[in-house]
Design a protein. Structure first.
Length: 155
């Protein structure tokens, strides 16, 4: 039997993601409710499947500027081409999901992370929030369930 992963697990996941966003691309953020979506031309959405004791989807929506900042840092390229933004977004989603899912593991939920893929269309339902940064908002939606026999995860 599976239960919806609770808001406390989502909050712990987000706090870890915030920490690694700061470490990975040097960006601070403030957590807020999701507001009006940015133009799809200005953003890149990435979805990653999780399986195991915690299963479901994590979808990230990054501003192109943040995705390109990761490319700049990884490639030591001060002016990467705009078409590199998709690669930066998928890599950033992979890094943040992998690191943040460690809190699920610590809470006793084994997680296997799938390959990131570009998401097209409406965002899925689930726990959602916005991380507001100086480079634009990052939206995250987590649609997850867990084995009912597991305990709640604390941040």
């Amino acid at each position: 039997m599976r239960d919806q992963l609770g808001p406390e697990s989502f909050q712990a996941f987000v706090q870890a993601a915030r920490r690694y966003l700061r470490i990975t691309v040097g960006i601070e953020c403030v957590v807020t409710a999701i507001g009006e979506p940015m133009s799809p031309a200005q953003t890149i959405a990435v979805t990653i499947d999780l399986s195991g004791d915690a299963r479901g989807l994590v979808t990230w929506v990054f501003p192109r500027r943040i995705a390109l900042e990761l490319v700049r840092r990884l490639m030591c390229d001060p002016d990467p081409p705009d078409e590199a933004a998709a690669d930066g977004a998928t890599e950033l989603a992979n890094i943040l999901t992998g690191r943040a899912s460690e809190v699920l593991e610590t809470g006793g939920l084994h997680c296997e992370i799938g390959l990131p893929r570009i998401h097209v269309g409406a965002l899925p339902g689930g726990h959602a929030l916005r991380m507001t940064t100086v480079n634009g908002p990052i939206d995250i939606v987590m649609t997850m369930s867990s084995r009912a026999s597991r305990t709640a995860i604390t941040p």
